[in-house]
Design a protein around this ligand. Sequence first.
Ligand SMILES: [Zn+2]
Length: 164
Amino acid sequence: MKPKLYLAIKGFDKHKVSANCIGALLKSIPVGHILGLQSIVFSSAEEFNRLGVSVPLSCQAAYYPAYRSVVIHQNSNIDKLTHVLFHEIGHYVFYSRLSSYSRKEWVSFFGKNNTHVSDYARTNASEDFAECYAFYAKQDWSKFAGVYNKLTFMKSHVFNSSFY
Ligand SMILES: [Zn+2]
């Protein structure tokens, strides 16, 4: 039996992005990647600060582990939104869906190679994973030039048949 997904998608319509658009993006990644995720919400950083969750106003999006939720704080255009959505889901996959063995293997990559898929990916192993995850989900293979081991890892450990 296929496990059932209980994922709420909230707050996008008032920001001129349909929930269907988010749903279509989610269909392009394995269902096992978002299993257990509670919600994907659009809520501005100002709104979050008013609720007592302190977020810098420049923050575009974040994954909140305590709520198992991805929150998008800003929407500039659909390309950026797609990237940050997949990036934050990448954090969820890294911490909650990947085996600890695979996670350790990924961490061991970090620091071994000075080439990265983006400047932000240099921050730490978790951001590196989230950036690689986003580029893989967008099928932007050109970003993996020089980091073939990460492309192979994404293919064999993350986007493999066990998650579909
Ligand atoms: Zn991140």
